[in-house]
Design a protein around this ligand. Sequence first.
Ligand SMILES: [Fe+2]
Ligand SMILES: [Fe+2]
Length: 439
Amino acid sequence: MSDLACTLATTLAAGRKANQLYPPTHPAFSEAMEALAEAVRSATTTGPFQINLHQGRLYHDDTPVPEDVPGVAAIEEAFEARKIESLTLHPELSQDEAIALVAVLSLRPSPSLDVEKELTDRQVTHVTVAFLEDEDTEEREERERLREQDRAAYNRLVGILRTMSAKVASDGIPDVAGASDVVGSMMKRLMDDQAAIMGLTTIKGQTETNLFHSINVMIYSLILGDALGLPEEGLSSLGASALLHDIGKAAFDHSDPTQAEPMRVMHPTVGADILSRLPEEDKAPMLVAHEHHMHADGSGYPEHPDDYIAHPYSRMVAIANRYANLVDPSSGEEPLTRDRAVMHLLGEVGTVLDPLFTRLFVKAIGVFPVGCMVRMSDQSVGVVSAPGADALTPTVRLLYDADGMTVEDMLEVDLAEAGLRIIEVVEAESLNVEVSDHL
Ligand SMILES: [Fe+2]
Ligand SMILES: [Fe+2]
């Protein structure tokens, strides 16, 4: 019995090889297909014949097919890649069907490949395929639930900031206590799933871009703070400081163009002044508001002595703020793709930005940060959704498969596992993609 399985695996693998190497008119092609059809005939004389995959090994009934038999390893790989659990061949399977089966098993495995449909399209009726259970479904639902929760938290923060800004604009002192809970829960989520929170920074506001900016600067700052190993208390102080770093801008009239320049230059001092009037004990937010536009080389504003040393949180928020402004410029400048923004930051090390913190930040967000839209070596396109085994092979959520077809589900590919590499970073605008819809 097992001999039949061996011959079947060998001829099936040889058929796939012939399918790749020779045109159908080539004698070697027909030879391989005849051998396969013969193997199928022998195997199905007494009824249907099944080979199946269990934990990566090929079986017939309960007997493993020895892996040193030629072609067995290739078939195991082919099944695994296409999530095929078993293949049942029925008597009367014709040679044409065998050829079509080989063709389908030679199609490039991709999340959008539907083996069953491909077989039906080719009128293969004497083959039944069963697929490996998709154990990801539950996981995916849970991820979706958390995604909604994270977005709700993000929106709550937008609301809180909106209220604070209105209070500042009406000459009042904002209540910042309300923010700390949301910042706290966001911080916890960041510890659990940094990639998901990083994904939130791709959300784009059509209006109130200042508010989105502040939240994104908070997220980037927390990522840096976490990379630095700050304890929870430090992180929450850093997060609050980052969230409030531009609060001084709320005191200016955004609709008045003559206010733009005073706002740019004076929002640090105005912000620090507002925050100094708060009863909070933590003075970090006030310092960060004051210092976040000071440069490492003594330049920047407000003016300060050359040997002035800004608070570490100010230097951290300055990096987060710079990165946020590069990927989402507030005034008409061209946004940089996330990978270029990383390079840009490195170019400002020592002059504008703190060297140690910048390198740490770049290491934390990676060469291809979450939110980067990339084209892979098989021409598929997706958005980086999480870091991978190494910096060059992150996890990517597929948008277009290798044939340029839209991928509907939120399918993730681990590039290292799939043997793919990134060949270029694509500008989301050029493909009319709203990245945050896919993270
Ligand atoms: Fe600022
Ligand atoms: Fe800012």
